[in-house]
Ligand binder design. Structure first.
Ligand code: 2HA
Ligand code: ZN
Length: 279
């Protein structure tokens, strides 16, 4: 079997295409990575080139040493992923101490992994440890309504979480821990990676103010579904805000508690008992 026919490549390019259809990946915006399990990469070892040069990641992820990832390429368009995966993404292997990577497959006409590789890998490390290895997908996109919200609300985890929970009944069920917000920072380096991965210890989703969203999940469907849910709630927020400054009614904190009981979810208590935000 060819690498492009593997299950993980098919799912990778499907998410890229789904995100593209949502309009979340203008130009080369957004990026995606998957921590490939040993049993999924093993059948392809003979098709991978283990003689490429080792390149600095720009940060250190010792827990991920020796692991394989498939990542989107820097400057590559998600809109091209489906038609031409071999030129738009790469399989990489990390060095034993987790400071370098080498390209084993893909980016056929040249290029590098995503400019956000430090954030992807630091998020993978944090989420792998926090979930006992369950989380494998890190997805970054640029959804317009969520970005718009970051010009309106204070950039605080609890305020964004509460507001998005209120926008749609399923939100607290889908992200019961809430989500984190990172103030505007220069993207693409270690500094934003450190701040983001610190928030990923607590949450599965982190918003970058005036930029976009990072989601972490066990698989591709759940990563896309989480981003989709958050962006849809943000769209509702923007629609409501576009019509009125006040909410006539909303889902209240006691309602959240009823929801938690009915769906047997453990809501992040830090975000309950807040007075409803005065719009
Ligand atoms: O252009 O989204 O954050 C890729 C990005 C950088
Ligand atoms: Zn981005």
């Amino acid at each position: 079997m060819k690498v492009i026919d593997s299950d993980f490549v098919k799912k990778f390019i499907k998410l890229a295409d789904d995100g593209n259809k949502m309009g979340w990946h203008e130009r080369n915006g957004g990026n995606l990575s998957y921590r490939i399990p040993e049993e999924e990469i093993a059948p392809f070892h003979s098709k991978l080139n283990y003689s490429g040069e080792w390149i600095d990641i720009g940060t250190s992820v010792p827990e991920l040493g020796g692991m394989h990832f498939i990542v989107s390429g820097s400057g590559k368009y998600m809109s091209n992923m489906l038609a031409d995966p071999e030129n738009n993404c790469a399989i990489i292997e990390l060095s034993g101490e987790g400071r370098k990577y080498r390209i084993l497959w893909g980016l056929k006409s040249g290029g590098r992994p995503t400019s956000e590789l430090p954030t992807h890998l630091m998020n993978h490390e944090v989420k792998m440890v926090a979930t006992g290895g369950e989380h494998r997908v890190i997805y970054h996109c640029h959804p317009a309504n969520l970005i718009a919200m970051t010009f309106i609300l204070p950039l605080e985890d609890k305020i964004f979480t509460h507001e998005l929970w209120e926008m749609m009944t399923e939100c607290p069920i889908i992200f019961p821990n809430g989500l984190g917000v990172v103030k505007w920072m220069v993207p693409g380096g270690r500094d934003i990676a450190v701040v983001t991965s610190e928030k990923m210890k607590k949450y599965d989703a982190v918003i970058w103010a005036h930029h976009g969203l990072f989601c972490s999940a066990p698989d591709f469907d759940l990563a896309f579904g989480l981003a989709h849910t958050i962006e849809k709630a943000a769209e509702i927020f923007i629609k409501v805000r576009s019509v009125t400054d006040t909410k006539r009614q909303t889902i209240t904190d006691p309602d959240f508690l009823k929801l938690a009981e009915a769906f047997k979810i453990k809501l992040n208590n830090d975000f309950i008992d807040l007075p409803t935000l005065d719009m």
